[in-house]
Ligand binder design. Structure first.
Ligand code: CAA
Length: 379
């Protein structure tokens, strides 16, 4: 196995690191405090080609590989997990799905501006009563001939108010269960499409999360993705890839918290020596570094497999399961190492601890990842 990065991968990683330090770090505490969307920073991410990283340049993307995506996303998340999820959803859940499964017309109309980062996208699967149990979609799309009539509510939608293009899963034939689910491209501003109130969240407070309400929204037939009844498979396939994005976000949060804790352990003194010299602290840092190293390998393995065109159902789920637990464990210990300072905003680690939690919940909870992985285990 080759653990070396190419020159191009190193360059893009450094570009992301510089961007995070210069553009994301200033103001990250305030954006968290006031739940402020990073509008200017997202524009710059678009200029750097980070919003359509793996999309073919002929559709406005950067044409990079998934390993580069892991490197960039984790550098962003090291500093600002909110910006990381905005980027992850646009790349993994929206652009990837449109590029792989849409018609040429759909790609020209929707993928190109999304991949260029001129607009943002959102992925709308979850509902008030269909989170983990995604087959229980209650949103309906009735076939009216040349269009569908969309009715229902979607919940916890990342980029909920800032997106312009929404991929919405809906039930077109309840009798067929998940085989009656379809995916549709819906535009902001269509009659009957209303954006609900912004959620007040524990973490990733810079990203905007909303419920969405659809009342008799007319969706043109040509905006259905794939064959009739393809929507659930579409959502599952897209989430398989999306999990690499969230795993990378979790890896970045963990790495950011670890680096701050390590630095702090060399400047803070107690009982006459820097706290790193206390084994109780050094051992915590050892565990954090070891977990991060394993999480990184799992993320890169899943990304390499995706680049090789392999099935990443198992490796993506394993990367997310392990990296999100790592993010939680590491950020809790980072706060502990910082002591009282860890509990106040200016030291960053308390925010990272709050940001980490969602990585165990969205794009499939840790329990769902275990279901997904268990189904891939063969003797
Ligand atoms: N990859 C590909 N196909 C899959 C799949 C996977 N990982 N998991 C299931 N499928 C397919 C099955 O093969 C089956 O297809 P067939 O009927 O053709 O054989 C079909 O999907 C139904 O599967 P199951 O019978 O296994 O369905 P289930 O109800 O028992 O379980 C589940 C399905 C895996 C639990 C699924 O509901 C699931 O993944 N739930 C989690 C949903 C989720 O991740 N939500 C996140 C919301 S998005 C989000 O968070 C976005 C954001 O803004 C950040």
């Amino acid at each position: 196995m080759d653990f070396n990065l190419t020159e191009e991968q190193k360059m893009i990683q450094q570009a992301a690191r510089d961007f995070a330090q210069n553009e994301l770090l200033p103001g990250v505490i305030e954006r968290d405090e006031f739940s402020k969307f990073p509008t200017d920073q997202v524009k710059k991410m678009a200029e750097l080609g980070f919003l359509g990283m793996m999309v073919d340049p002929k559709y406005g993307g950067s044409g990079m590989d998934n390993v580069s995506y892991v490197l960039v996303l984790s550098e962003i998340a090291k500093v600002d997990a909110s910006s990381a999820v905005i980027m992850s959803v646009n790349n993994s859940l929206v652009c990837a799905g449109l590029e792989k499964y849409c018609t040429e017309e759909q790609k020209q109309k929707y993928l190109v501006p999304l991949a260029k980062g001129e607009i943002l996208g959102a992925f709308c699967l979850s509902e008030p009563n269909a989170g983990s149990d995604a087959t229980s979609q209650k949103t309906t799309a009735i076939d009216m001939g040349d269009h569908y009539l969309l009715n229902g509510t979607k919940n916890w939608i990342t980029n909920g108010s800032t997106a312009s293009t929404y991929i919405v899963m809906a039930q077109t034939d309840a009798e067929k269960g998940h085989k009656g689910i379809n995916a549709f491209i819906v535009e902001k501003g269509w009659a009957g499409f209303e954006i609900g109130p912004k959620e007040k969240k524990m973490g990733i407070r810079g990203s905007d999360t909303h419920s969405l309400l659809f009342t008799n929204v007319k969706v043109p037939k040509e905006n259905r993705i794939g064959e009739d009844g393809f929507g659930f498979h579409f959502a599952m396939e897209i989430l398989n890839g999306g999990r690499i994005g969230i795993a990378s976000q979790a890896l970045g949060i963990a790495t950011g918290a670890y680096e701050l804790a390590l630095k702090y352990s060399h400047v803070r003194e107690s009982f006459g020596k820097e706290i790193f010299k206390h084994q109780a602290i050094a051992f915590k840092l050892v565990d954090m570094a070891t977990q991060i190293s394993a999480a990184k390998l799992l993320c890169l393995k899943a990304a390499s497999e995706k680049d090789a065109g392999k099935d990443i159902t198992q490796s993506g789920a394993m990367a997310k399961l392990f990296a999100s637990q790592t993010a939680m464990d590491v950020t809790i210990e980072a706060v502990q190492i910082h002591g009282g300072n860890g509990y106040v905003a200016e030291y960053h680690v308390e925010r990272m601890m709050r940001d980490a939690k969602i990585t165990q919940i969205y794009e499939g909870t840790s329990e769902i990842q275990k279901i997904v992985i268990s189904r891939t285990l063969t003797s």
